[in-house]
Design a protein around this ligand. Structure first.
Ligand SMILES: Nc1ncnc2c1ncn2[C@@H]1O[C@H](COP(=O)(O)OP(=O)(O)OP(=O)(O)O)[C@@H](O)[C@H]1O
Length: 418
């Protein structure tokens, strides 16, 4: 989501401390989050047009982002009990149109690996008018990674994520915020559970009571309590089950060629070097994410899935990370040269294709020496060949997503399901 104008933070602190997993209370202000309580029905009856009978009852919290809170809700208007949606309630000063425009471009496709938008409407509240989107509910890939890693097929997971990205790029959409947190796992089994049974499976949430130390200027802006997320994937996904991956959070997605594309905001650990360089050298980012920056992020994610470690550790937007990127790619781009030579840390680094190749070779040797892994030495050789073609410091040299999918890593029959 894009913020149209900054929200002046309402300085508030609460008695009894706040759970780290919940949203910032000061964002419940005019233009910010909409206060929601468990059991609320959206849209509220007063906002519902007579012709429209949709009703989503909020059952638990799924998460929050900078621009929304996301809730598990049951659709009361469906004839069968147990039809669930992830209800994303956007901050009031977000621009909902871009995300909707993106979803409009994505034609339906049964086997697709991208989240689906099922419904969309607006609600009015004390903090303004909020766009509300109803998506299919996804489990967290992070949590599934913890539970299911010993059982999964890394090649298949990489392929599904790449197919999700290919679907977007084919429709002229750049994801723009691809990272592990924006990868979800389908949960078709959810709809087989009736509402009462589902709620019985959750522990009662340990909500933070909203009792401000100061009298708030607009008490009606605040919810009575903050709800921590319920990790439904932990409850419902069987570690041994086959995983169907879907990419989520198209709030930062960009339609290729759009004149109103916002600046890129990818987290440092998966941020492409051209964007990182601008951030480090000017402290701002003006350029937008591109299909090539999505490919860089995809390579970082695939690396983490296959090797079970992140490619760029403790990554933050700094010159140190630029050095690591150049080392992985074996090249300093000419446009970085004057900055590079004037930087004491960077100019001492040994950057060459030979040094980079040696590092990749060591990675292959160490990984294939580990006993009991799912992949053979040959698999690692092929995988690292693919990564090296995706992790090019010059964005125009990176493989396209169709080339990624056509690489032997993806086209070889996966006989390594474990
Ligand atoms: N379809 C879904 N199913 C389950 N949980 C979801 C779903 N969509 C979002 N979530 C949860 O809500 C969180 C916030 O969602 P999302 O990232 O879309 O919000 P955002 O406000 O656009 O955030 P960001 O700050 O990343 O731009 C996610 O990290 C995830 O935990």
């Amino acid at each position: 989501m894009t913020v149209q104008k900054p929200v002046p933070p309402q300085r508030l602190s609460l008695h009894w401390g706040v759970d780290e997993d919940v949203e910032e209370i000061s964002r419940y202000t005019y233009g910010g989050y909409h206060p929601i309580q468990l059991g609320d029905v959206l849209p509220p009856p007063a906002d519902t047009e007579p012709s429209n009978s949709r009703k989503y009852r909020i059952l638990s919290k799924l998460g929050h982002g900078s621009f929304s809170t996301v809730w598990l809700a049951s659709a009361q208007h469906h004839s069968a009990s147990g039809r669930y949606f992830a209800i994303k309630v956007c901050v009031a000063n977000a621009d909902p149109q871009r995300e909707l425009d993106v979803f409009r471009l994505l034609s339906s496709d049964e086997g697709r690996h991208v989240l689906r938008l099922h419904d969309s409407f607006t609600i009015d509240g004390p903090n303004g008018t909020h766009a509300v989107h109803a998506f299919n509910v996804l489990g967290s890939f992070h949590i599934v990674a913890r539970l299911a890693r010993p059982h999964w097929n890394p090649r298949d997971l990489c392929r599904q994520i790449a197919q999700g990205l290919a679907f977007l790029h084919r429709h002229g959409v750049v994801h723009g915020d691809l990272h592990m947190g924006n990868i979800g796992v389908s949960m078709p089994q959810l709809d087989d559970i009736i509402e009462e049974d589902l709620i019985d499976r959750f522990d009662p949430p340990e909500c933070t009571i909203v009792f401000p130390r100061q009298t708030p200027a607009r008490p009606e802006s605040l919810p009575p309590y903050l709800v921590p997320p319920t990790h439904i994937s932990e409850l419902l996904l069987k570690p041994t089950a086959e995983l169907h991956i879907e990419l989520l959070d198209l709030g930062n997605a960009i339609i290729v060629g759009s004149s109103s594309a916002p600046p890129a905001c990818t987290p440092a650990a998966v941020c492409a070097p051209e964007i990182m360089f601008e951030q480090v050298t000017t402290s701002v980012v003006t350029q937008s994410a591109t299909t090539a920056s999505d490919i860089w992020a995809l390579a970082c994610i695939m690396y983490e899935i296959v090797f079970n470690v992140v490619l760029f550790h403790l990554a933050s937007h700094d010159d140190y990370l630029l050095g690591k990127m150049a080392a992985v790619c074996g090249k300093v781009p000419p446009s970085w040269r004057s900055f590079w030579d004037s930087n004491e840390h960077l100019r001492k680094l040994d950057i060459s294709q030979e040094a980079a190749d040696q590092k990749w070779q060591r990675k292959i040797d160490n990984s294939s020496a580990r006993k009991g892994g799912a992949l053979s030495r040959e698999d690692f050789v092929i995988f690292c060949d693919l990564l090296q073609r995706m992790l090019k410091i010059d964005p125009s040299d990176r493989l396209t997503i169709e080339e990624v999918l056509a690489h032997p890593w993806h086209t070889q029959t996966a006989d390594n399901s474990i």
